[in-house]
Design a protein around this ligand. Sequence first.
Ligand code: ADP
Length: 570
Amino acid sequence: MTSPQKPSLAMTESGRLRNYLGKALLPAAALIYVNFSQLREFARDKVLEAAIHRDFQEMLGITEKKMNKKAYAKVEDARQMFPAPDDDGQVKEKKLDHILAECSCFAHAFLLDEDGMTFRSQPAPDEFVKKEHERLAETFKEWFGSGGVESKGFIESLHNKKQHITFYPTLSKRADGPAYVDTALFVLPDVAKDRVVVGGVSFDPCYLKSNFFPEILQDQVNQKTEEQGGTPTAMMIVPADMDSEHEMKPLVTTAGWGDGKPEIMRKMDDVFRGLSLGIKYQGTSVEELGKNWVHRSFLLLGILSVFMIGGLLLTKHVVGKEMALAKLKSDFVSNVSHELRTPLALIRLYAETLELGRITTREKKQQYYRIVRKESERLTALINNILDFSRIEAGRKEYEFRETDIGDLVHNTLDSYRYQIEQQGFAFEEKIDDNLPPVVVDREAIARAVVNLVNNALKYSDDDKFLGVKLYRDNGSVKLEVIDHGIGIARRDQSKIFEKFYRTGDPLVHNTKGSGLGLSLVRHITEAHGGEIEVESTPGKGSRFIISLPLKPHAVTSSRLTQRVSEARA
Ligand code: ADP
């Protein structure tokens, strides 16, 4: 009799699963693709580099503003202290000297008025400062000496300026090389607009180089590192567009400038005309940082993609397993119903025939009774299997261990099957060693294990009908072998057949009734006895199931044993 399979439900489920995962994989792949191409575009368009450059530009702008503000403040202080054009010549000199004494940041201070020029410099000037003094004094005298239209226009423009100050940078020379002298020219407070009166102070190049610039630049660099963290920046100031014979080295650099080129340059105007500000990262370049960032992003995206795909595949695997279990369960229900229905139908048929009294011969009657008994035994075995299985699943299965003559137990169990075995045309070989020591077992459970293995050997044999049962001692254990020359089990199925509901895909298995519970029960029973079960099988040649039971099981109570086994299986 064939057992119809019930594939449609589970098959459509697994089809749906594949469909669903396909739908999940596709957007994931699209997402990964979009991210990768966006990152490539990002790298190609150098978006990061452009953003850093913008940030650098802004920082240079702020730095220049700060320098201007400080310079204006210093000049304004001096302006307020300036002598009046109507002061006595000596007073003028004294006042100018006082300004120079008050602020060592100025190298020279001078006043040009209708009386001529009063030009003072810091005391004890070296020969460079002296020359500078002469040169500057001459230059400004020439400018304003005439008191002509040009100077009047200049003075007027100073009056119109908000701060009444303008700067006039020149290149000079000092002992350590070329020097940047920045002279502020201004009109004095409280002096009539139509008078040709101009005050001036020149910032000392050494002060600018050693104090003024480094302090502001370093402050800016520190502030940026504090606020934004990351790779620290470095800044510098270099003369730009100055009439210099030699290309000048940077005037000032902050710590960590190294010898790299600036990323961004900003030509200063207003106060420090003729100088440029430069900025770069310490020890690296924006391009390098950009490349590193893109590399890291690609790597991160790669790893995330692998995780995402891995996660989806894992989900597919887990869900697939669940679906397979669902399919096994649905097959189980259909197989069990068939297995229950067949013996019941036979019992009913033979019982009704007997009831009608149509059977007259004694032998026939005996044969019918035997069939009824056999079929009810099959039914009982199946129901016992299912009950045992549900107890095991619920963790309620208990064993009653007693010292037993295992040889007797196996022989008696086989005896009740001998007729059926021979009836089905099997060559039956039973080899039970004498003098086996007594073993502590649950009799009913071991008998059930034997029956299950023997039943399988009968069910899964084709033409070569052979059943062998061996029981022997092997060192510290007793081994029970059940051998057949049947269809065998493929290697990949050999570990799975002990799982609940699992049945192989062999056509004979499909056409044979079964619940897929037998071997899972046998394994549970064996393990509850502290033993183990193995299978050796070659497809087409047959199988050998070997149960090993230890002669000295651990001294555990049955319930604890159940617990231990449930834990092991979990
Ligand atoms: P059932 O026999 O009810 O299907 P089992 O748990 O006893 O369940 O067996 C699980 C599966 O292992 C069977 O469906 C069959 O595919 C395979 N199997 C078990 N015993 C044998 C055997 N002696 N020869 C070939 N295949 C076997």
